[in-house]
Unconditional design. Structure first.
Length: 209
């Protein structure tokens, strides 16, 4: 099974603590989501491969380390995942961005695709699927399956807050996908919300409460 990483960096934990507060407004919430995504990106890219490249400094020729030609893509799950994109691109500005839109069918409660636009060469990229919340895991599992069906092989999933139920479901459905989690919470309540959580991330990012 691919690794699951629970972030323990003090800055990430501090910012998640402020994010959870009921009184944190839309502007600050949006900024915090982006900052946390940036810090998590730093941790989630720790094992990207490097190669030696010869350059010339103002002093002399030398050999430096650069990313080994691996192309990256960031795929937010609409709509809340959009809040994490800018922070990711701050760290990896050359990454391409795709979008996956899903909604939950009220009758079956199953995720239904309504939008999918990916970079043309997405199947040859290291793909980071991002969504602030991993609750039941239904949407994330479906989004990753959509990517696999389109030939994408190298997938990592990043979320800021996760419930144990969602983590277990993701590990069972996609054991080959690495999970990067800002904070692992206690459980899901009867309405499918993460406890203690932070409410509805999409509503809080976009001010649609």
């Amino acid at each position: 099974m691919a690794k699951t990483v629970i972030m323990d960096h003090p800055l990430i934990q501090h910012k998640i603590g402020v994010l959870r507060r009921e009184e944190t407004g839309t502007k600050d919430f949006r900024i915090l989501i982006s900052e946390i995504a940036m810090l998590m990106c730093y941790e989630a890219t720790r094992d990207l491969e490097l190669e030696d490249v010869e350059i010339t400094t103002p002093i002399c020729k030398t050999t430096v380390k650069e990313l080994k030609g691996k192309k990256l893509a960031v795929i937010p799950i609409l709509r809340a995942g959009l809040g994490m994109v800018d922070g990711m691109l701050t760290m990896i500005p050359a990454a391409k961005v795709g979008h996956i839109g899903l909604y939950r069918d009220p009758g079956t409660l199953k995720p239904v695709e309504y939008y999918c636009k990916l970079p043309e060469d997405c199947d040859s990229r290291e793909v980071f699927v991002v969504d602030p919340m991993l609750a039941t895991g239904g949407s994330s599992i479906a989004a990753i399956q959509m990517l696999k069906d389109k030939g994408v092989k190298n997938i990592r999933f990043m979320c800021i807050i996760a419930a144990p139920e969602g983590v277990k479901a993701m590990q069972e459905a996609h054991p080959d996908v690495e999970l990067y989690i800002g904070a692992l919470d206690e459980h899901l309540n009867e309405h499918g919300y993460i406890v203690p959580g932070l409410g509805d991330a999409g509503d809080r990012i976009f001010g649609t409460k």
